[in-house]
Ligand binder design. Structure first.
Ligand code: DX5
Ligand code: ZN
Length: 218
């Protein structure tokens, strides 16, 4: 199964309700929500009140990507705000196993994200506990950056690791995803495609989402 997860980070926050309603009407599978704290990443995006506003209008599952230090402190609140899956960063969690268990105890799917410089091998001892690996294909913090080509090697490495562990997780790629790389990423084993600028800066976001969905059915 392939999932398209438009990131509302690139939406017009002055018209957030209409952006979410557009996503409801579209072929998007999840809504990707980027929470940044200005500490783990050099940018601040939005927090709980914005997530609450999204939750009020969405009919799609919320894919919450926490780019924050000490996410453990806020997991319950994110679950209450409607998060279906919660992804934390490997680099931000000294007790990742505990964090993952907490996410699952809250009834959410658990994801672990890795930055471009972080080796997938470091996930070896957590892989069987999680539902999803998010491979950052840009450095987290900003939308609209260029896709890092090294991501393809990481996808190969991750698939090998999954095979070795005899386990399967969803693979999500985040950053610089567009019609230029979606098909190739899909062929490389990606299940979930986050796209911010490519969707929201396009003339017709709904059609862009539909085309992206088509492009990954390979
Ligand atoms: C970056 C965020 C991404 C971002 C992707 O730190 O995690 O989800 O919104 O934006 P694009 O698709 O514009 O690269
Ligand atoms: Zn993200």
């Amino acid at each position: 199964m392939k999932y398209i997860a438009p990131s509302v980070l690139a939406a017009d926050f002055g018209n957030l309700q209409s952006a979410v309603e557009m996503l409801n009407q579209s072929e998007a599978d999840w809504i990707h929500v980027d929470v940044m704290d200005g500490v783990f990443v050099p940018n601040i995006s939005f927090g709980m009140p914005v997530l609450q506003a999204i939750q009020q209008h969405t009919q799609k599952p919320l894919d919450v990507h926490l780019m924050i230090t000490n996410p453990d402190q806020y997991l319950t609140e994110f679950q209450k705000l409607g998060a279906d899956r919660i992804t934390v960063h490997y680099e931000a969690c000294p007790h990742l196993h505990r964090t993952v268990q907490q996410i699952k105890e809250l009834g959410c799917k658990a994801g672990v994200a890795i930055n471009p410089h972080t080796s997938v091998q470091l996930l070896e001892n957590i892989l069987t506990d999680i539902d999803l690996v998010l491979i950052m294909s840009v450095n987290p913090g900003f939308g609209g950056q260029s896709f890092i080509e090294q991501t393809y090697q990481k996808l190969t490495d991750l698939r090998q690791l999954m095979q070795k562990a005899d386990t399967s997780v969803l693979i999500e790629v985040d950053g610089g995803v567009s019609d230029q790389n979606a098909t190739q990423l899909s062929q490389a084993g990606v299940n979930a495609f986050v796209a911010g600028s490519f969707v929201f800066k396009s003339a017709d976001p709904m059609t862009t989402i539909a085309n992206l969905k088509q492009a990954v059915q390979v």
